[in-house]
Design a protein around this ligand. Structure first.
Ligand SMILES: Nc1ncnc2c1ncn2[C@@H]1O[C@H](COP(=O)(O)OP(=O)(O)OP(=O)(O)O)[C@@H](O)[C@H]1O
Ligand SMILES: [Mg+2]
Length: 475
């Protein structure tokens, strides 16, 4: 492919003698004019065919306008265009959503493909090192298509043979800057094809009010906020354990409280029990009435409560052994959610070694064996390092809120998460802009999803405690 072409050796000729003309005889091959004309015509025709295939509706409109012009004159075309414009304007005014879905976002995608991506594609690919310019020819990844939704552009590309996902994730920053976006997330569509997600605006930039308490009691995934694409963020707690990591002020409290809020009807129906451990005394104590006797703050009490949870778990395991392999929440056997705020206070910073070992062992037992018998752990912590929480990997689901260091992102979400766009260390430390914002990896996809938890304010918690608070029975 990169065979030396005639005349290439010219660039190698150097003369060190001034005033001496370098004498060389480049091999010149005269291309017959007919060949040149044929090549240009071929390019024109193939370009036209590609355009028709890519934009069939726009192409047929052009053809129809041309035919009408020839048959009936330009005035008829002008009247037709005015009518179409009037229909589009009234459509937009009456039903904005369907207009943007069918027309607005498609036009925007075309405009951005033409003006932003196609125009800058070649220089951006070459400068970022994703394409090559060799002997006068460009070898570039292919810009397949651009689609838009109301917050981001999704650019489908075909990689060059020999490239891999990492080549692109390593250059996500270059691409974001080049195309004027605050970030670029790269995900695999299928072998050889990637989708670059380049946000145009941040739909999570303003705090979300608390999600309404559900009408029905259910233990399934609970809605606790919103994903970047506008869909509800539903977190599954039954049958898993969830670790929430975030620096101080990152908004861990809003996740804990949103979960509690969404489970309240199930708690009232007796299908869920909330057991709260609040070693910092600053978070869950505010809604203490919701937990009744299943609340502990002093490390000794926390250890006792955890031991009780382990005892319930083991009793269930003995009962289920050989009878069933999974848990269905019932009034007799409710789903027990053990909520621990700042788990490191109990596992790492606890000065009493005996207590520390006891608590760590209980948490490890719950997280390894609790899933199948209906005991789940939801734990929050500030520092996700292994020295601080050795049982980090026992939590199948993890949420990364604002973190202090970039290395911590992969510690929480797994290898390569930051490369794939989980920029948890770049979340704004200003509470209104960044508290409750984080990244999760949903079960269905390895790509991190940006989310924001709804903010359950003090008044909401007070209202929850007065409406739903009832002292739980002694355990
Ligand atoms: N989801 C949210 N949306 C908007 N603002 C929020 C949200 N969550 C928290 N905040 C704001 O951020 C502040 C800190 O939140 P929070 O106490 O939950 O942080 P934290 O991660 O628990 O911190 P710490 O580790 O110090 O306890 C709150 O007082 C509130 O003003
Ligand atoms: Mg907190």
């Amino acid at each position: 492919m990169f065979r030396k072409l005639p005349g290439d050796q010219v660039s190698g000729l150097v003369s060190t003698t001034p005033d001496t003309a370098v004498v060389f005889k480049p091999a010149v091959v005269n291309t017959p004019a007919v060949l040149t004309v044929f090549v240009l015509a071929w390019r024109l025709v193939s370009g036209l065919v590609k355009t028709v295939i890519r934009h069939p509706i726009a192409a047929s409109l052009f053809v129809a306008a041309g035919v009408v012009w020839v048959l009936y004159g330009w005035a008829v075309v002008a009247i037709g265009l005015i009518n179409i414009m009037a229909v589009l304007i009234s459509w937009r005014m009456t039903d904005r959503d369907s207009f943007s879905r069918w027309v607005g976002l498609r036009l925007l995608a075309f405009a951005r493909w033409f003006w932003i991506y196609r125009r800058h594609w070649q220089p951006v690919m070459i400068v970022s090192g994703l394409g090559r310019h060799l002997r006068g020819r460009d070898y570039l990844p292919r810009l397949v298509k651009v689609t838009c939704d109301d917050w981001a552009d999704h650019v489908t590309i075909k990689m060059m043979g020999g490239q891999c996902l990492k080549d692109w994730t390593d250059r996500a920053d270059h691409l974001a800057h080049a195309f004027g976006s605050p970030a670029c997330r790269v995900s695999t569509l299928r072998a050889g094809r990637l989708v670059l997600t380049l946000p145009r605006r941040d739909p999570l930039s303003t705090p979300l009010p608390a999600v309404a308490v559900p009408q029905e009691a259910h233990v399934g995934p609970v809605e606790i906020g919103r994903c970047e694409d506008g869909s509800p963020w539903r977190l599954n707690l039954h049958g898993t354990h969830v670790l929430v990591a975030g620096a101080t002020g990152a908004g861990k409290g809003s996740i804990l409280w949103s979960v509690i809020r969404s489970l309240l009807p199930a708690v009232r129906a007796g299908l869920v029990e909330l057991w709260a451990l609040d070693p910092k005394l600053m978070e869950l104590s505010y809604g203490k009435a919701l937990f009744g006797n299943r609340y502990a703050a002093h490390p000794h009490d926390c250890a006792d409560l955890l031991d009780k949870a382990v005892a319930v778990m083991q009793e269930r395991a003995a009962r289920y052994a050989g009878v069933r392999r999974s848990h269905v929440p019932t009034v007799d056997d409710p789903f027990i959610l053990v909520i621990v705020d700042e788990v490191a206070f109990l596992t790492a910073y606890q000065p009493d070694k005996h207590l520390r070992v006891r608590i760590s062992a209980a948490l490890a037992t719950l997280t390894t064996q609790g899933r199948a018998v209906g005991v789940g752990v939801l734990a929050a912590l500030q520092d996700p390092r292994k020295e601080v929480i050795s049982i980090r990997n026992l939590f199948p689901d993890k949420i990364a809120l604002r973190l202090d260091e970039s290395e911590q992102v992969d510690m929480v979400l797994g290898d390569g998460a930051r490369d794939r766009g989980a920029l948890a260390d770049e979340i704004s430390p200003i509470p209104a802009a960044g508290a409750g914002v984080g990244y999760v990896r949903l079960e269905t996809s390895p790509d991190p999803v940006r989310v924001r938890a709804a903010y359950v304010c003090d008044d909401d918690i007070r209202a929850m405690a007065s409406d739903h608070g009832s002292p739980g029975e002694a355990v």
